[in-house]
Design a protein around this ligand. Structure first.
Ligand SMILES: *Cc1c(COP(=O)(O)O)cnc(C)c1O
Length: 227
């Protein structure tokens, strides 16, 4: 695991350099779904600080067991409103908000525990039926509505493009997310920050970095195949 992690870190460093971006602008989120807590601990001891999880129940055990470590936990899976309460208690950043209904529920739960919940808006750039996410043309409207919620802080956008593991095919979708981010930035919606672009996984994180990713979500390349 440590060797694989170092190889991923090196590839991030080299890609950042090649496109003249400071490597500190790119945060590696280690996607630890299905990985046991011992493996996550090993990754922490190898210097990893950011972990992504997809399932509330599975994450709860890891987050509880590892609570003494300085870890930033990212929720990257699809989130149902009835799980909002748990997500707000457990996660520093929720990448997958795609509706006002979910944002309102998160706001309500965050208010109860006196927290401002950081979120990203998941965008379904390719309009795939199988994927969650708001459509590009509906994103600005959604952000204006969410900007009214006192206990939600939007930090940027996230996407899951089609065509896994074919970097040149997914590049246009990464570029589209960056363009949407720039467009929304220009709208200057109050309280909405657009600094973060969460995009890129094992098969395509280099292309994502070249297109402006500030967070790459990498599982397999760090932990090996999931079973
Ligand atoms: C599983 C998952 C990843 C990581 O995928 P790999 O191909 O293993 O790197 C990234 N993002 C999301 C939303 C995921 O569900």
């Amino acid at each position: 695991m440590k060797d694989r992690l170092e190889r991923v870190q090196k590839r991030i460093r080299q890609t950042a350099r090649a496109c003249n971006r400071p490597e500190t602008d790119i945060r590696l989120v280690a996607v630890s779904k299905t990985m046991p807590v011992e493996i996550v601990k090993e990754a922490i001891e190898s210097g990893m600080t950011d972990f992504g999880e997809n399932y509330i129940q599975e994450a709860r055990e890891k987050i509880t067991t590892l609570s003494t470590y300085p870890v930033t936990w990212h929720y990257i899976g699809h989130l149902q409103s009835n799980k909002a309460k748990y997500a707000v208690r457990m996660f520093d950043l929720i990448h997958s908000v795609d509706s006002l209904k979910l944002a309102k529920e998160l706001d309500k739960c965050a208010q109860k525990i006196d927290k401002v919940q950081d979120i990203l808006i998941q965008v379904n750039v390719a309009k795939e039926d199988s994927k969650s996410g708001v459509y590009v043309e509906d994103t600005s409207r959604l952000l204006k509505d969410i900007s009214q919620l006192a206990n939600i802080a939007v930090k940027g956008l996230m996407t899951m493009p089609p065509y896994f593991n074919a970097p040149e095919k997914v590049r246009p979708f990464f570029a589209a997310l960056r363009q949407l981010r720039n467009q929304i930035k220009n709208e200057n919606i109050p309280k909405i920050s657009m600094e973060e672009l969460s995009m890129g996984m094992t098969g395509d994180f280099e292309a994502a970095i070249e297109e402006g990713a500030t967070m790459v979500r990498v599982g397999t390349a760090i932990f090996g195949e999931r079973h």
